[in-house]
Design a protein around this ligand. Structure first.
Ligand code: MOS
Length: 721
């Protein structure tokens, strides 16, 4: 990318290119698909049936009364649903057996001509179960605890160096505490929806140019192409997972997802509702089938964050220099599918010590399937580590910033590799200045203003750099200065369509207004999932590679219609360097001395994340992540009734999320950086780091305000009384 005299698009505060479509309501989300003019007639609506036991078998399902309702087309059960070609993924093997593995699991579905009819008829289905005793309660000494083979996505389960126990016994200053975080649920604004249609030979969609394939062994009449309009973080990953389950080759399954109303990880992989929608559509070939997961249903079907029980031990000398760091985690997974949250992995690289240990132990319980929720691993794990660091600072009589500066490692303690850019100390220093850290009274409970106890807290933040390989992009010159860039990536509301436009503009040396980016469709070149804060890095590098391929093939004066494809190689430096983002999180809290009510008038973060592509969309990522951190600190808690396996607060009345009224003042800053070791943009990731460390900063501020140390999230007022 050369600057010349043309201003670079990267770094400009380009407003979202899809903003007008979104605010005028013309951006089409999954449930609003397909566009008008489709040939499928009136849609069919699905209302799922869910198990109301936590473990056992479906003995009998009486569908007679439901079937008798006018407008009902079919009632699907495990007996009547089509068989899947592959049932290896037991979260996705919907209606393939009579087993119930958690409360809320799909056991059937009603198809009707209106959503209301489907819902009404679903209530008329009666189910007999053979119930079995269930277990949903995570305990630190649960008898079923086991060590998984690895933790998400592929980290070692345990690490052990030196002799932590001996070092702890000898340490002059120490902390040995247990921190807990609750079950939490991803709640994107747009609930999960899937619209499905199995194509018959004469229902070609208006935009279908590909001809139908055929499945070996399938009868000539069998529908052999499926289209899913899904709310997903990765159209291509949905296709890759689901096509074999339906016995299809990839070209026979199209996934369309141009606009997505948030995901936070819960749309990172397909869930049972995607399969259920396709199974229902299979029962009415040639018709559009719409399935909208309700907010309440999301609490058992679309993923959640496991509760954690984390023992952290820190041992240091009198100067606060760490000699031992141990982080031992107990968490939960489901019986149908393992997800092992990588809770202690952040601790492996955050601070150095000669004696270090991290472990993860899981109990597989009769609960819904846990999955990715924004910064899986780092969000709960760095909470525990960074509260423990605050406790160590207190024990050592040190300022908590000074403690972190004294323990800032010059190389990655886990791998020994040099940092591509660890600027945590700069983040802490700049944050302290912006925030007014010098006004903090280190004595807990010492600052009272009227009825309020006021406290300031700090915590460090980090997130690894992931750059998944394999994405491809197509660049086409449309003539008269216009370019089209196509990549099967996702924009889940983060602004990826906008930043890819900027990246493409610089690579093609044209104004951003001359570039149109198309994404969210498996018709477009393969792209990796929007996850792990990796989208911009992975897809951006791909777009740059495709632009260079175009120049190499067509030169400076291309013919209209000329196109080229390209894909990026991994940057070789990502093997030689430890590449992580860092940040410093600051919080001011005010605690009502009588009621324990906590308000957070100020959050301030300073982040080191490589090059910022767009300050407007980046700021939204940071303050959005911090708001979610505030929410994790004070509100979010899914309450599982262990008698029934039911999440009792499964809606916004009971599951509290920070609102605008809670987010009083949130400021995000970043260092002016260009990481030469990552990708052509010099960027790392920004999507998840905002949540990391924020809950610890708030807990630490509450301690500074009140003298009370809350080690169990969320900090509800009762814990302060
Ligand atoms: Mo993110 S939780 O990797 O979508």
């Amino acid at each position: 990318m050369t600057a010349g005299t043309r201003p670079l698009a990267i770094g400009a505060a380009l407003p979202r290119v899809d903003g007008p479509e979104k605010v005028t309501g013309s951006a089409r989300y999954a449930y609003e698909q397909p566009p008008p003019g489709h040939p499928y007639g009136e849609p069919v609506y699905v209302h799922p049936l869910q198990a109301d036991i936590a473990r056992g078998r479906v003995d009998a399902i009486d569908t007679e009364r439901a079937n008798a309702v006018e407008g009902v087309l079919a009632v699907l059960t495990h007996r009547s649903a089509a068989r899947l070609a592959d049932t290896g993924d037991r979260e996705l093997a919907v209606l393939q057996s009579d087993r119930v593995a958690f409360r809320g699991q799909f056991i059937g579905a009603v198809l009707a001509d209106t959503p209301e009819t489907a819902r009404h008829a679903a209530a008329l289905v009666s189910v007999d179960y053979a119930q079995e005793p269930h277990d949903t309660e995570l305990l630190a000494d649960h008898p079923g605890l086991y060590a998984p083979e690895h933790v998400n996505p592929s980290f070692e389960t345990d690490t052990d160096e030196g002799d932590v126990d001996k070092a702890m016994a000898a340490a002059m200053v120490k902390v040995d505490r247990t921190y807990t975080t609750p079950m939490e649920h991803n709640n994107p604004m747009e609930p999960h929806t899937t619209v499905a249609v199995w194509h018959t030979s004469d229902d070609e969609a208006p935009d279908d140019e590909a001809s139908a394939g055929s499945v070996a062994g399938a009868s000539p009449e069998a529908p052999v192409r499926l289209t899913l309009y899904a709310s997903t973080q990765g159209a291509h990953s949905v296709r890759k997972t689901l096509a074999p389950m339906f016995g299809l080759v990839p070209d026979q399954l199209r996934v369309v997802s141009p606009h997505v109303g948030g995901g936070f990880g819960s749309k990172g992989m397909p869930h049972a509702h995607d399969v259920l929608a396709a199974l229902c559509a299979r029962a009415v070939p040639g018709r559009i089938v719409k399935l909208a997961v309700t907010r309440q249903q999301m609490f058992s079907l679309t993923g959640h964050r496991t509760p954690t029980i984390q023992r952290v031990r820190l041992g240091a000398d009198v100067a606060g220099r760490l000699d031992a760091v141990a982080h031992e985690v107990v968490e939960r997974t489901s019986t149908v599918k393992e997800f092992a949250e990588q809770t202690a992995c952040g601790t492996r690289m955050m601070y150095a010590a000669p004696h270090r240990r991290t472990t993860h132990r899981l109990a597989a319980l009769d609960v819904p399937v846990p999955s990715w929720m924004r910064a899986p691993g780092e969000a709960p794990g760095i909470f525990a580590l960074e509260v423990a660091m605050d406790e160590l600072a207190e024990a050592a009589g040190l300022d908590p910033i000074e403690l972190r500066v004294r323990n800032d490692p010059s190389a990655d303690p886990e791998t020994g590799k040099p940092w591509s850019g660890r600027h945590l100390v700069r983040c802490l220093a700049e944050g302290a200045r912006h925030f007014g850290w010098q006004h903090r009274n280190p004595a807990p409970g010492a600052r009272r203003e009227g009825d309020e106890l006021v406290g300031l807290g700090v915590a460090a933040s980090t997130y690894p750099y992931y750059a998944p390989q394999g994405s491809r992009a197509r660049v086409r010159y449309d003539g008269e200065g216009h370019w089209n860039v196509a990549i099967g990536a996702a924009d889940i509301g983060t602004g990826s369509r906008t930043v890819l436009t900027q990246i493409a503009a610089d690579a093609l040396e044209c104004p951003a207004a001359s570039v149109t980016v198309e994404l969210g469709d498996t018709r477009l070149p393969m792209a990796t999932v929007a996850g792990g804060s990796a989208g911009t890095a992975a897809w951006g590098a791909t777009v740059v590679a495709a632009a260079h391929a175009f120049r190499a093939a067509h030169g400076e004066r291309p013919q209209p219609g000329a196109e080229a494809h390209g894909g990026a190689e991994a940057h070789p430096d990502t093997k030689r360097f430890a590449v992580h983002s860092f940040g410093a999180q600051f919080a001011e809290v005010r605690v009502d001395a009588d009621t324990g009510e906590i308000r957070v008038p100020r959050l301030l973060g300073v982040f080191s994340v490589g090059r910022i592509i767009n300050p407007v969309t980046a700021r939204s990522q940071f303050i959005g992540g911090m708001t979610m951190g505030l929410s994790m600190a004070l509100h979010e808690h899914s309450v599982l009734d262990h008698r029934t396996g039911h999440v009792v607060n499964h809606d916004f009345a009971g599951y509290h999320i920070a609102t605008h009224a809670d987010a009083l003042g949130i400021e995000a800053h970043w260092l002016d950086e260009d990481d030469p070791h990552t990708n052509p943009m010099g960027a790392r990731g920004i999507g998840e780091i905002g949540i990391v460390g924020c809950p610890a900063a708030i807990v630490n501020a509450v301690h500074n305000a009140t003298g009370l140390r809350v080690r169990d999230l969320p900090i509800t007022p009762d814990k302060l009384l």
